[in-house]
Design a binder for this molecule. Structure first.
Ligand code: FAD
Length: 326
């Protein structure tokens, strides 16, 4: 029976949201066929297998090895390619995360097939796999057809939100291919680029500041609003990161992070096409801008035409009051 194989990405012993998204995408592709997930990390990572079963994995292959404590693309690609062969995978689904983007081409090369990268949708059409891939900052949607078997795809983070679909999640131990500790690529340290408590890719709420804030120190009002939500990360436009007001790891857009939180609040952001490319898939978009003609209002679900320095503190108090009551 053909299977759909999903790579369940973990970092520092924790399952990432994109892992559940990959399993959900695999479940949607599988129909009545089986979904197998591959979960890799150092000792103890197998504890997350149940969560993958809850999102649609029939079988979770767990590989625990000290050599997988940090990003190990060579050993991981060898493992995933071997798992694809062993399970008769028809499709291999990985996230288009920084990690997945490094591993997926290696997996495709080992399997001697092509790769369809950064898809926002994927489905069977007859015997082929057809994916949608936004190009030119989302102005054009390319349709990519894969006929080789297996098809290797990466899914854009946030494109397929995690959905509960309880399955057995039967755990099987998976042996590494060779010695993961002997890889030619060795990750020695992991530097946390984003200064926020929550990673931009994981946060359900993002508050982004633009050049309208006028100075680095004025980001305090954006941080206070994020803090009031309790589950928000702070993002920035490129104008801001280029000026050194925020680190480049906070940048959202075509040349920054691609995000799709439940709630995106843009403060003093004009809405340039390159910025929209990184956040237009957010579920609800709120824009605060003193120019009511600003392009950001065209994609905003809610807009406040006003001065950020007056509006944001009031919004922060309102969020605090609402949370205090709930
Ligand atoms: P501005 O465009 O200057 O907008 C500031 C906004 O703040 C204005 O709309 C103004 O009305 C408003 N404002 C001013 N004062 C207040 C106030 N007191 N209260 C409320 N509102 C106020 N940009 C990105 O963000 N991400 C990218 O990844 C990215 N990649 C790029 C790649 C390329 C190849 C190129 C050419 C550009 C890229 N850019 C990117 C830059 C992009 O084109 C814009 O220049 C940038 O997004 C503008 O940032 P901004 O909205 O903060 O600033």
């Amino acid at each position: 029976m053909p299977t759909i194989l999903a790579f369940a990405e973990a970092r520092a012993g924790q399952l990432r949201k994109v892992a559940l998204e990959a399993v959900t995408a695999a479940r949607q592709l599988a129909g009545g066929d089986q979904v197998h997930a591959v979960l890799v990390g150092e000792g103890g990572i197998g504890a997350h297998a149940a969560a993958l079963g809850q999102h649609g994995a029939d079988v979770v292959h767990v590989c625990e090895h000290a050599g997988f404590a940090r990003h190990n693309p060579e050993a991981l690609a060898a493992l995933l390619a071997a798992a694809a062969n062993a399970t008769g995978a028809r499709v291999v689904v990985l996230p288009a995360s920084a990690h997945g983007k490094d591993v997926a081409p290696r997996v495709a090369a080992k399997l001697k097939v092509g790769l369809a990268a950064d898809l926002t949708a994927v489905a069977f059409e007859g015997d082929a796999i057809v994916g949608r891939h936004p190009v030119n900052t989302g102005k054009v949607l390319a349709t990519v057809t894969l006929t080789a078997k297996p098809a290797v795809v990466t899914m854009r983070p946030g494109a397929v939100p995690p959905a509960a679909h309880p399955k057995a999640g039967t755990v099987q131990a998976l042996a590494p291919v060779g010695d993961p500790s002997a890889s030619r690529v060795v990750t020695t340290t992991l530097v946390q680029g984003n200064t926020a408590k929550l990673d931009l890719g994981e946060a359900p709420v993002i508050v982004t500041g633009g050049r309208g804030l006028k100075a680095a120190e004025h980001f305090a009002i954006v941080e206070a609003l994020a803090e009031a939500f309790g589950n928000a990360a702070v993002g920035a436009t490129r104008a801001v990161t280029d000026d050194g007001w925020r680190p480049h790891s906070d940048q959202i857009g075509q040349t920054g992070r691609l995000v799709s939180p439940d709630l995106y609040i843009a403060v003093g952001v004009s809405g340039a096409i390159q910025h929209l490319a990184g956040m237009r898939n957010s579920k609800t978009i709120v824009a605060i801008n003193k120019d009511k003609e600003a392009p950001i209002f065209k994609i905003a679900d809610y807009g406040i035409a006003g001065d950020a320095f007056e509006v944001v503190p009031k919004l922060t108090e309102a969020v605090k009051a609402a949370r205090a009551q709930s």
